[in-house]
Write a protein that binds this ligand. Structure first.
Ligand SMILES: [Mn+2]
Length: 352
């Protein structure tokens, strides 16, 4: 197969630290976060295939009961359990991938809070805002591996698989490729590194279905999504140098679309000339769920989202805003001010 990526010292160490809890477990519960994206589903299904190959009984669970349509083609997606409340399934170990904090696991965490606290719970993630909620024997050491340099949690899973010496079947490779392609917008984000590309090369060599990943994640969409995108784009407006739009229940009903069908619209808007930050707001019950993106140098939307109790990455983050249109507008003004402050702080000239 030629050259392959070697996991570095950190990965070998962390892989060794994580392994005892996995080795001791027979039944492993792998929940992925609410409003799942291809990295959440792909990294989780990927590790599921790897550990199933190692003889483990692995159950993958969608914390909010939803499996995004773009990921339903992934090998094993048909077996994903959809959490609908009630006690957690029996398991010797909880393994949470791509979740920056336990609240991202929604009701599954709210109801299983004691189970999470008791452990063993392992956390593998690449979000800079990760709260290290993993625990084994009451200790966080050895229960959390966060690599904020990884473009996707799926990139981490590949390197861990190498460090663990687990063989990678084409099914697992396809799931991990979907994770990397999802979080890097097909290798376009600034988080994409030489290592990311080498991992992708290895995944393709292992038989990953590139055409399936690209078609399902980026090329095909239902007509309802086209209608929804039209509504989102037509509402795009400025608040200072913040470009924003929103998704309301009425818009979804009119388009006949589900919330997940807006996926990608925010990244399209982010390319708008003159936008320092782009905000896409999803209207919920008495609150807004805000996605933030930026292409601007010196702007860190994770820091802005953190001011509102959210988190994420420097160039892509999210948070929740309680209230109605007045609170939404105040939030947008605050984002504009915080952005201007960040640009001033990093010494860049503020362009008019
Ligand atoms: Mn991710």
């Amino acid at each position: 197969m030629g050259q392959v990526v070697e996991p570095d010292e950190t990965y070998r160490e962390r892989a060794a630290a994580l392994w005892p809890a996995i080795a001791a477990a027979r039944r492993i519960l792998c929940p992925f976060h609410i409003n799942a994206d291809p990295d959440a589903v792909g990294s989780t299904l990927g590790i599921c295939h790897l550990l199933a190959g190692a003889g483990k009984a692995v159950t993958v669970v969608a914390s909010d009961g939803e499996v995004p349509a773009t990921t339903r083609f992934l090998p094993g997606a048909g077996d994903i359990a959809r959490y609908g409340g009630g006690p957690l399934p029996d398991a010797d170990l909880i393994l949470a991938l791509d979740s920056s904090d336990p609240e991202r696991l929604g009701d599954l965490f709210a109801i299983g809070r004691e189970r999470f606290a008791a452990g063993p719970t392992l956390v593998i993630d690449h979000h800079v805002t990760n709260t290290r909620f993993g625990t084994v024997d009451g200790e966080a050491a050895g229960a959390n591996f966060v690599d904020e340099r990884a473009a996707a949690t799926a990139e981490m899973v590949y390197l861990l698989a190498r460090a663990w010496g687990l063989p990678l079947a084409p099914e697992a490779a396809t799931c991990l490729l979907a994770g990397v392609y999802g979080d890097t917008l097909s290798l376009q984000t600034t988080s994409t590194t030489p290592r990311t590309l080498r991992v992708v090369a290895d995944l393709l060599a292992a038989g990953a279905d590139l055409t399936g990943v690209v078609n399902n994640l980026y090329r095909t969409r239902p007509y309802s999504a086209v209608r929804l995108w039209g509504a989102i784009l037509s509402r795009a407006a400025w608040s200072g140098q913040v470009l924003w739009s929103e998704i309301t229940p009425e818009m979804l009903a009119e388009a006949g679309a589900g919330d997940g069908e807006a996926g990608g619209a925010i990244n399209f808007l982010t390319g708008t000339v003159g936008a320092r930050v782009t905000v896409l707001l999803h209207r919920g019950e008495g609150e807004w769920r805000a996605g933030l993106r930026t292409l601007a140098e010196g702007v860190d939307v994770a820091a802005i989202a953190a001011r509102f109790g959210g988190g994420g990455h420097r160039k892509a983050a999210g948070c929740r805003i309680a209230g109605g249109p007045a609170e939404r507008d105040a939030f947008l003004r605050a984002v504009d001010e915080l952005t201007a402050g960040q640009i001033a702080d990093c010494g860049l000239r503020i362009a008019d």
